[in-house]
Design a protein around this ligand. Sequence first.
Ligand code: ADP
Ligand code: MG
Ligand code: MG
Length: 203
Amino acid sequence: MTTLDPVRWLREFAALIDANAAALTELDSAIGDADHGSNMRRGTAAVVAALDESAPAETLKQAGMTLIRSVGGASGPLYGTFFLRFAAAVGAGELDAAVFAKGFRAGLDGVVARGKAEPGDKTMFDALAPAATALDESLAAGTDLPAALTAALAAAEAGRDATIPLQARKGRAAFLGERSIGHQDPGATSSVLLVRAARQALA
Ligand code: ADP
Ligand code: MG
Ligand code: MG
């Protein structure tokens, strides 16, 4: 049975953030304060620097704490909480399809508990939530982890793209009102990279 190594996941996430940092900041310059790429790059680089040989749940917990400490901005506590809740749901196990789906759902619930985002608020929730649903559906259908992550990635990308016509109701972009319409949400964009990193980490 395929399992995901969280160290590989976090390394891939950091690499994708690094490669896309300028694009993320560009998106945030349109509807925010032009720091999402630099925030996330600082945070994920700190996560990689702190990686050690811990068990999966401990690795993910450390990542969450490091993101909360080092990202700054709205996205730090939100991604940090995602990983802390994910870690708590993993227990002593490896990240197989069932554990990954359960962890991802717990992480999403943590993002909502912290940020109170609802569907269509034009946030990272709009990419993460469809991915969580795709993971749950894949699990129910008996799909293996690679195929589940491929489905989750497609769902996250569709959710990210669907943020473009939305008017932001959470975060800095909400201050723009109607002027936030027509722009892709930076956090939904980095959330796609989180899912893509998991898929790539299996390869
Ligand atoms: P800041 O806005 O503080 O500069 P970032 O630029 O790093 O922080 O992150 C902005 C992203 O955070 C947004 O694009 C959005 O996806 C996400 N975000 C902001 N507020 C919330 C919230 N309440 N719930 C979920 N996501 C949020
Ligand atoms: Mg910002
Ligand atoms: Mg900021």
